[in-house]
Design a protein around this ligand. Structure first.
Ligand SMILES: [Zn+2]
Length: 324
């Protein structure tokens, strides 16, 4: 069942001022030996090993996550068609991504926690919607260079997947690693055109800690989103944790919407070579210190992205919502 009777603000308040997002799904699938070197990336497991996805969701819940992000980041209908699947099969797989997270959540809440009913205060399911760049799988979610696309093409790219995911009734739509203003605008317009009733977040990537990867200012990007009632939350994901605090302070000046941050470990993705480049990266203990600062700076949803794992989320959750 859906948890949308409360607003995002109410849920945040009830959670003590901050909701904990889970960590890297792909990272943890790989840690279990899944082979995701594929254009579908983590979504490959929707075909090859759906049970493993559920297991990883459960681990994040046990680590203290209030929000699970589904395995649909790089799941797209054209991507599935390219694998020889039919449109119907592709849409079923998208729906399965939401179902797996809902089942993990219900199981955790009812069986592990012993609650008899799914209520507003149980963990939420956020349907992941990767950027167009993530679908291209050429690293452009971190460069913002999309070549020959326009607003309408981007809307059409996102449209059917959004409709199918919405039908599966997630609690939130999570647009991730958006690298430019054009795509942010396309998403905001699409949510309006389709009259989507599910709250959504739009999170940008950033490479330099100051601007969107395209070089456009966050002021320009957020000005567009501020006008949209359909966009409930804005933020940053899969970017270096070292500049997140600075970006939260900047975002606070630019928007009144709740801010979400779920950075990666600080390693850098080489989109062409399809590997993480060795670089300075952050340990779990450090995430604990930083998460506290991010909350103080004004972030209201905090978690981890690629190369973070359940231990990271455990560390974040222990400082953000110490159990009494
Ligand atoms: Zn990531």
């Amino acid at each position: 069942m859906s948890l949308r009777r409360s607003t995002v603000e109410e849920l945040i308040e009830r959670a003590g001022g901050c909701l904990v997002i889970d960590g890297g799904l792909a990272t943890q699938l790989e840690a279990f030996g899944a082979d995701i070197l594929d254009p579908l990336w983590s979504a490959r497991c929707l075909i090859s090993d759906p049970d493993l996805i559920k297991q990883v969701h459960l681990q994040y819940l046990e680590a203290g996550a209030d929000i699970l992000i589904t395995s649909s980041y790089q799941a797209t209908i054209p991507g599935f068609l390219a694998k020889g699947l039919s449109i119907e099969e592709s849409e079923l797989l998208l729906q399965r991504s939401v179902k797996l997270a809902q089942e993990a959540r219900d199981n955790f809440w009812n069986v592990v926690r012993g609650n008899s009913m799914i209520t507003d205060s149980c963990p939420l399911v956020a349907a992941s919607i990767g950027s167009y760049g993530a679908y291209l799988a050429d690293g452009s979610e971190y460069s913002g260079i999309y070549g020959d696309v326009n607003l309408e093409k981007l809307k059409d790219f996102h449209r059917r997947r959004v409709q199918v995911l919405v039908d599966a009734d997630p609690d939130i739509l999570a647009f991730e690693t958006i690298p430019n203003k054009l795509e942010a605008k396309a998403i905001a317009e699409l949510l309006d055109e389709e009259n989507i009733q599910i709250p959504s977040w739009i999170c940008f990537s950033s490479v330099d800690g100051e601007r969107a990867p395209s070089g456009e200012s966050f002021k320009d990007c957020l000005d567009i989103l501020n006008k949209s009632e359909k966009v409930s939350i804005v933020g940053i994901n899969c970017s270096s944790p070292f500049f997140i605090e600075r970006l939260i302070i900047e975002f606070k000046k630019l928007t009144r919407k709740p801010i979400a941050v779920y950075p990666n470990s600080g390693e850098v993705w080489d989109g062409r070579a399809k590997r993480w480049l060795p670089s300075e990266c952050l340990g779990h203990e450090k995430f604990e210190d930083l998460a506290k600062k991010w909350k103080e700076a004004g972030a209201r949803l905090i978690g981890g992205c690629c190369r973070t794992n359940p231990a990271t989320i455990q560390a974040i959750s222990s400082v953000l919502k110490p159990r009494t």
